[in-house]
Design a protein around this ligand. Structure first.
Ligand code: KG4
Ligand code: ZN
Length: 336
């Protein structure tokens, strides 16, 4: 039996996931076991609990991925695992499992940067995608923009200096009374409310750093707004109107930088990925602005289940490092 497929493991936050790709980068399986229902009652992820959940779920998720992809362990040529960034206790479970698997199967293990991994989801959805292209990764833990120059090489041009875009959505949604994770709930509101009420939330920008992001002030502005208005309107109504305006403020910050970089670097293709890229409202705003600006840039989004955390994107990224002959079985460590 030929050893040819790559297994990808992601345990960076609250999803235990294993994906498998073939040597041409085609996705054979992608199993995601979400812990969201465990953390809904806490209003956010409790790191130690998440690590324990990964510990008990990882073997079952790995088996399910082999079954779904009709893959035998003897066909595995290498293991890719998220090395970070993420919750260290959670990453450690995935890394230790990957190392054990690698040693057991006698195949190499490579680490993948989680943020970079998100970009590779686009290759799963669009196999013909050819670099260079612009990218935005907007997730619960990270917000990063730059140019994907070639496989294995990205140029980071901007990051958030405080909260991530998804984190801002989740925190704002919590203030408005939506359950965790609030991003999808706010997105639903944003699609339903015809035009957000004239609530003016700031559009933060950092002097001299046109591609950097900042979201923490927005969350404070929402808290002040709710403090001032709470007595006047029922909270359900506020959640709709202020929620939609808040969502648009966060998303507009992303949209603006996507087009800023597109114009600055004369990009013809732009990939928007990470959990927040699952937002229907973000997709709508980007398409509208592209038309408004008369830009012909092709904006690509992976499908929603490949935008949020998953093992297949890590497997796809791992192909690159395994292809270069890397083996980090002895050196991969939990980030400090
Ligand atoms: O990439 P991801 O699954 O995990 C991290 O790497 O952080 O992203 C999770 C984030 C959360 O903040 C969640 O609220 C947000 O993505 N998210 C969404 C949507 N689906 C997930 N935000 C807006 N609209 C959505 N449909
Ligand atoms: Zn992620």
């Amino acid at each position: 039996m030929d050893r040819s497929v790559v297994v990808g493991i992601d345990t960076s936050c609250d999803e235990t996931s294993v994906g498998i790709v073939n040597p041409r980068g085609r996705m054979l399986a992608n199993i995601v076991s979400s812990q969201a229902s465990v953390f809904a009652r806490y209003g956010g992820v409790v790191p130690e609990m998440a690590a324990r959940e990964h510990m008990s779920r990882i073997r079952g998720v790995y088996r399910a991925a082999l079954d779904a992809g009709h893959v035998y362990p003897e066909q595995v040529a290498g293991i890719a695992v998220t090395r970070g960034p993420g919750l260290s206790g959670c990453l450690g479970i995935g890394i230790a499992f990957a190392k054990g698997l690698g040693v057991g199967l006698d195949v190499p293990v490579v680490g993948v940067d989680h943020v970079e991994g998100h970009i590779y989801a686009a290759f799963l959805a669009y196999p013909e995608l050819t670099p260079p292209f612009g990218y935005l990764v907007a997730s619960g833990g990270h917000t990063q923009i730059g140019v994907f120059e070639k496989e294995g090489s990205i140029r980071v041009l901007g990051e958030t200096r405080d909260d991530a875009a998804g984190e801002a959505l989740d925190k704002g949604a919590k203030l408005l009374g939506f359950p965790y994770p609030g991003g999808p709930a706010l997105d639903k509101v944003g699609m339903e409310v015809l035009r957000p009420l004239g609530v003016a939330f700031p559009r933060p920008c950092i002097p001299g750093k046109p591609l950097s992001f900042s979201f923490s002030g927005l969350k404070t502005a929402l808290a002040f707004y709710l403090e001032r208005t709470r007595g006047d309107a029922p909270i359900s109504e506020l959640a709709q109107t202020a929620g939609a305006a808040y969502l648009d403020a966060v998303l507009e910050s992303l949209v603006k930088r996507v087009f800023r970089l597109t114009e600055q670097a004369s990009l013809r293709t732009f990939v928007v990925c990470g959990g927040v890229a699952a937002s229907r409202r973000l997709r709508q705003m980007l398409q509208e602005q592209a038309v408004f600006k008369g830009l012909t840039v092709r904006i690509l989004f992976p499908p929603p289940d490949l935008c949020t955390d998953n093992g297949a994107m890590i497997a796809r990224a791992g192909l690159v490092w395994l292809g270069k002959g890397h083996d980090e079985t002895d050196t991969l460590d939990i980030p400090r």
